[in-house]
Design a protein around this ligand. Structure first.
Ligand SMILES: Nc1nc2c(ncn2[C@@H]2O[C@H](COP(=O)(O)OP(=O)(O)OP(=O)(O)O)[C@@H](O)[C@H]2O)c(=O)[nH]1
Ligand SMILES: [Zn+2]
Length: 290
């Protein structure tokens, strides 16, 4: 007997997905080898047996976070309401990576939270000073030490589906393990329920925290391509550039080296921060080249 039900993708690896339906995990494939599905997607499945099902349909998404480079798009997570960007003072994080993540959040209208992990290290003071800029731009910054306590982060996750992203080595795994209830270790129930003990590298895994909150662990990444953002959209993804949009001499100003560019003028007077304008210009040139 086959039966159709609604569920949520809690793990994805290539063309295989794990879907949670009423507390039960099903190992799923998609019809027509569809791969444009992401962890967090709500789906309808046709249940084949106690362990297997086929994904029939993806329900409308509240949000979709993804990155893209020249040749492919990578879906990171669907239906998330918050992105935690994990950075650390050591090994030092890439400020460009952080800036790119923030642009992706702005482009998809998902609120970011910057978590500075490893604040028990002496290098933390330098990192805090470097990150103060982002607070002046209106972003939330939470310094903590996953090894000591994640209590300050917990209330900020309530009511949200939060995806954690970060470069390798920032301590994302440590953070997630500290957040998960003790009974649910990171490679516990959900990711291995049907895998007869074999460890599968998933692209992303969703862990419920309580009835209305969940976290999604994404694999460590070193790059964050943004070719899916359009040239015109880009300046809007930098909050401090928004007031200048439309103030330049040319209506189609790209804010690179055009004469009478309001952004260049604000940079010259010190109103804008050079490293942010430089990131904007670098991304703009990459986007326009594609
Ligand atoms: N001092 C200190 N070290 C930490 C903290 N959190 C994590 N680490 C260490 O940082 C290193 C990397 O931590 P992981 O949790 O494996 O990092 P990750 O970001 O998941 O890295 P990938 O698995 O490569 O994606 C480990 O040696 C951790 O012990 C912290 O709060 N303080
Ligand atoms: Zn301009």
């Amino acid at each position: 007997m086959t039966q159709t039900a609604e569920g949520q993708i809690v793990a994805s690896h290539g063309r295989s997905f794990r879907v949670l339906v009423d507390q039960q995990i099903y190992e799923c494939t998609t019809r027509g080898k569809r791969t444009d599905l992401a962890c967090g997607d709500k789906v309808t499945v046709r249940i084949s047996n106690q362990q297997q099902a086929v994904i029939e349909q993806v329900l409308p998404r509240q949000s979709l976070l993804y990155r893209a480079d020249d040749w492919r798009e990578k879906l990171i997570a669907a239906n998330v309401s918050q992105v935690v960007i994990v950075v650390a003072p050591f090994p030092s994080f890439s400020e460009e990576f952080l800036g790119r993540c923030l642009v992706a959040c702005e482009a998809t209208d998902i609120q970011p939270l910057i978590v500075l992990n490893k604040c028990d290290l002496p290098e933390a003071e330098t990192a805090k000073a470097q990150l103060a800029l982002y607070e002046t731009l209106g972003y939330r910054l939470l310094p903590l030490s996953a090894k000591q306590s994640v209590a300050s982060l917990q209330p900020l996750l309530t009511g949200h589906t939060t995806v954690l992203i970060g470069q390798s080595g920032m301590g994302k795994s440590t953070l997630i393990n500290a957040l998960l209830p003790a009974a649910q270790a990171r490679t516990g129930d959900i990711s291995l329920a049907l895998d007869s003990g074999k460890h599968t590298t998933t692209h992303a895994t969703l862990y419920p925290l309580d009835a209305e909150s969940a976290i999604i662990d994404s694999p460590g990444m070193q790059e964050f391509g943004l070719t899916h953002v359009s040239g015109d959209q880009l300046a809007h993804c930098f909050p401090e550039l928004r007031p200048y949009i439309g103030e330049c001499r040319f209506a189609n100003c790209r804010h690179l080296s055009e004469p009478n560019c309001a952004i260049s003028q604000a940079l010259a007077t010190g109103t804008l921060t050079e490293r942010r304008v430089m990131l904007y210009r670098k991304l703009r040139q990459l986007i326009d080249k594609k």
